[in-house]
Write a protein that binds this ligand. Structure first.
Ligand SMILES: CC(C)(COP(=O)(O)OP(=O)(O)OC[C@H]1O[C@@H](n2cnc3c(N)ncnc32)[C@H](O)[C@@H]1OP(=O)(O)O)[C@@H](O)C(=O)NCCC(=O)NCCS
Length: 329
């Protein structure tokens, strides 16, 4: 069997738009309260992209920061993967626009539509290319402008989501600056469109006057089902890492920033302390595919990753799909 080439991280970066949508702002838009939102979700504010920003633009801003952090020439990048469910348009891929604008002149690129698991899945794809020796340097961007698909008349969903982008550059471990990628998982349960979906705009319900009248191009969610699913798979993924490596090896858990209550319930069911978790949900809400790379970028800057210890990143969402990645720092 072919020996796998070890992979590590070369650079990280993130970008969040400046405009804040606070719980007080939402109180003026739907029948909700700051207390309700904070108690049920832990979210106090989210960032919202200005009208002139599209998903590729915020992805580019995050990618440029990751390139600066890596200290590489963008022409070295072999592949650009953009993880998003709010791409600039149906096609071409948002990755192609990002690649062109950052100067990744040799790279190929495509998008990964795995919603909140996007960055974790994109990182696994990068690992496939790098560890097999096909490519040396891969840029994985998680970028979302969820405010364009959130229904701001639906209090069940509009309080949860925000906009942002995060980016990671992976390379072979001998060239990497830090962190060895140890692997992870990708799983799915099959399409569950009643649980979490944007029903309209695709081949099932193409855009029409009727689809717009029925608000099918906005996100629909069964909150309780998603809650139970997320707690269960989050706990299963972390338990798997504990079983494989031992609890003492875990330095930090950087989960998909879904909802503070989900994170606390899962950690509680595992009997693990919350101080193992890095969370920024209070400031950014759920940014889907962008949430893990934004949190990873912030956690590294804050010195939360401990040398020699594991950083565990579980993610879960629409599909239903879930998975995790593990780095040794
Ligand atoms: C959405 C969520 C916060 C709702 O919390 P909950 O404790 O499950 O609340 P329920 O769904 O039982 O709803 C209770 C009531 O609060 C109401 N409610 C929902 N959103 C509200 C809001 N923003 N403000 C005030 N009331 C709200 C509901 O309408 C319901 O009212 P009713 O009993 O009159 O029908 C919770 O289900 C959740 O976090 N789910 C996961 C969502 C998620 O993270 N999705 C992304 C996954 S990647």
């Amino acid at each position: 069997m072919q020996t796998l080439i070890p992979m590590g991280l070369l650079g990280l970066g993130h970008y969040v738009p400046e405009t804040r949508l606070t719980n007080a702002d939402l109180e003026k838009m739907v029948d909700t309260t700051d207390d309700w939102i904070v108690q049920r979700t832990g979210i106090r504010e989210r960032r919202i992209a200005a009208k002139d920003l599209d998903t590729s633009r915020i992805g580019i801003l995050a990618a440029q920061r990751a390139i600066a952090d890596a200290g590489i020439d963008p022409a070295e990048i072999d592949l650009v993967i953009c993880c998003t469910v709010t791409g600039d348009q149906v096609f071409p891929a948002t990755a192609c626009r990002i690649g062109k604008e950052i100067g990744a002149v040799r790279a190929g690129g495509f998008d990964v539509a795995a919603a909140c698991s996007g960055f974790v899945f994109g990182s696994q794809i990068a690992a496939g290319f790098i560890r097999s020796g096909v490519y040396k340097t891969v840029l994985v961007v998680g970028a979302e402008i969820l405010s364009r698909i959130v229904d701001y008349t639906d209090r069940n969903t509009c309080v949860l989501f925000g906009d942002g982008a995060g980016a990671a550059i992976y390379t072979s471990h001998d060239r990497a600056k830090r962190g060895e990628f140890l692997g992870g998982s990708i799983q799915m349960e099959g399409a569950s469109e009643d649980v979490l979906a944007v029903p309209g705009g695709g081949s099932r319900h193409p855009a029409s006057h009727a689809s717009v009248d029925q608000r099918l191009h906005f996100m629909k969610m069964g909150g309780t089902k998603v809650f139970r699913f997320a707690v269960r798979v989050f706990a299963e993924l972390v338990q798997r890492v504990v079983d494989q490596y031992g609890l003492d090896e875990i330095g930090v858990i950087i989960p998909h920033q879904v909802n503070q209550r989900i994170i606390e319930s899962a950690m509680d069911s595992l009997g693990l302390p919350m101080d193992l978790v890095y969370s920024n949900i209070e400031r950014f809400g759920n940014t889907s595919a962008a949430s893990v790379p934004i949190a990873l970028s912030e956690a590294v800057a804050a010195g939360r990753l401990k040398k020699g210890k594991l950083a565990v990143m579980p993610a879960f969402g629409a599909g239903l799909a879930w998975g995790h990645i593990v780095l040794r720092w």
